[in-house]
Design a protein around this ligand. Structure first.
Ligand SMILES: [Zn+2]
Ligand SMILES: [Zn+2]
Length: 235
């Protein structure tokens, strides 16, 4: 109740305006109908890594057929391309937290029809405390809030911790990227869950979520899915 009331107050004071073209927003969101329709949605993708596929007749990409990842099911809402990349950059690197509300809602609306089984918990990819201290928030947690509320599935931010302050993945060769995330997470030993979903903002090589999924499975979780806002077209 208080949440809805707060939303109503917010709307009357600040009518929603499209963050992309400044037209009036739609559905109480800071995006207009035209811009929303133009967003690069992913329609067919690999079931386990969410990479876009050209044919709907195959369920898995070549890489996942060759070596199945520890992720059971991966869903990505949008392609990591314009304007989604711009909106994510504004959120992450310019600290524009209001963008999280829009992006979180878009992620929910885009993924909701593809979710077949509810997990017990949603686990946002944790950031190292140093990163949180400089950014002020964890974007994966902020994105996870809307879908958690919609599905009534709680968020768990205690079971997985980032133990190493890893340098950014971009620009590193593949082997270095894999080394970079190895043992970057610490899983709470008392964790006893069957099915969890990892939420992240962008999926690129997938090394980070694969490592997290691998460690969750090693600690006894039977099924680990991944939901992301955006996916690059190639790993
Ligand atoms: Zn617009
Ligand atoms: Zn795949």
């Amino acid at each position: 109740m208080p949440y809805k009331w707060l939303n109503a107050v917010q709307t009357s004071l600040y009518p929603p305006i499209c963050l992309l073209c400044k037209a009036p927003g739609t559905d109480d969101l800071d995006i207009c109908t035209d811009c929303m329709e133009d967003l690069p949605r992913i329609t067919q993708a690999c079931r386990r890594c969410a990479i876009p596929l050209e044919s709907s007749r195959v369920e898995l990409c070549g890489a996942c057929q060759h070596e199945p990842p520890p992720v059971d099911n991966a869903l990505a809402a949008y392609l990591y391309t314009f304007p989604v990349d711009r909106l994510i950059t504004e959120l992450k690197f310019r600290g524009k937290l209001p963008y999280a509300r829009l992006l979180g809602r878009l992620m929910t609306e885009s993924l909701i029809d593809s979710i077949t089984e509810l997990p017990e918990y949603i686990i946002p990819v944790p950031l190292h405390p140093w990163r949180i201290a400089t950014r002020g928030f964890n974007q994966s947690l902020e994105l996870a809030r809307d879908i958690s509320r919609y599905l009534q599935v709680p968020i768990d931010i205690d079971s997985v911790r980032r133990t190493r302050h890893t340098p950014p993945q971009t620009g590193l060769p593949e082997q270095e990227r894999q080394k970079n995330v190895r043992r970057a997470f610490d899983i709470r030993p008392t964790l006893s869950l069957d099915h969890v979903v990892i939420v992240d903002d962008v999926l690129t090589t997938g090394n980070t979520v694969r490592e997290m999924a691998r460690m969750l499975k090693r600690s006894g979780v039977k099924r680990v899915d991944v939901w992301v806002l955006a996916r690059t077209a190639a790993s």
